[in-house]
Design a protein around this ligand. Structure first.
Ligand SMILES: [Zn+2]
Length: 240
């Protein structure tokens, strides 16, 4: 390989490295809004769960209040029935009041059970809400740290991108326009990697063997050469 050819290849390879790194940084940066949205989504889910639990708690509080007024009413009805019982003149009246009281007491005892159950559920939900709120605070901390980190990373990536762009511009100046044109044509045709080494007679771009005659010519590298299989620009590297 002549020194001139070696320099040409080196420049192209370097240009490609810069382009590949730029592309990767750009795609990394383009994922940022999505990443941030995903983080926000986590917080939203916990917040919504807390809201749902709080609604459930409020419903239960309402239910409990209505139980309370039912119980009050039922107690006053029992009181009235007792008065009726005391004032009963006939056995029939007495028996009927007694039955009334029994029924009301049954209702009342059922109400008391319901109230107790309601209180227990309310306790449980309150504990759950407390736990979720603590979780939310912790998650908020984590989310903020994560956001800061992403922000920092993206700022560094932007800086690196600017540096790469400068390097790319000055390197481009040093490359023969015709060669650059060829490189760009190949790049458009095959995708991002346009120049690739050949190692042990195998093109590293497509992993296909280079015919022996071409491989021999490649060692001399007197002109730009292309892989007959993938059409990428190829250059030799020694295997070890
Ligand atoms: Zn190839």
């Amino acid at each position: 390989m002549t020194r001139v050819a070696k320099k040409l290849i080196e420049n192209l390879v370097m240009l490609q490295e810069i382009e590949l790194e730029s592309n990767s940084i750009q795609s990394q940066l383009s994922e940022l809004p999505q990443k941030l949205a995903k983080i926000g989504e986590k917080l939203k889910t916990v917040r919504e769960t807390i809201g749902e639990e709080e609604n459930r708690l409020n419903e239960l509080k309402k239910k409990y209040r209505s139980y309370e007024s039912d119980a009050e009413m039922s107690l006053s009805r029992i009181k009235k029935s007792r008065e009726k019982l005391n004032a009963a003149k006939t056995n029939k009246e007495y028996q009927s009041s007694l039955k009334e009281i029994e029924d009301l007491e049954l209702i009342n005892s059922k109400l008391e059970d319901d109230m107790l159950e309601c209180l227990e559920t309310m306790d449980k939900i309150e504990t759950e809400i407390d736990t979720k709120k603590k979780e939310y605070l912790q998650l908020t901390d984590r989310v903020n740290t994560e956001k800061d980190l992403l922000q920092q990373e993206s700022e560094e990536a932007e800086k690196r991108l600017i540096r790469l762009n400068t390097d790319w511009s000055s390197l481009k100046e040093m490359i023969d326009p015709v060669l650059l044109e060829k490189y760009n044509t190949v790049k458009e045709r095959v995708g991002s990697v346009a120049i690739t080494p050949v190692k042990n007679a195998v093109c590293q771009g497509c992993n296909v063997n280079i015919p022996p005659k071409l491989y021999n010519e490649l060692q001399r590298l007197e002109s730009l050469m292309f892989c007959p299989h993938c059409q990428r620009i190829i250059y030799p590297i020694t295997s070890n």
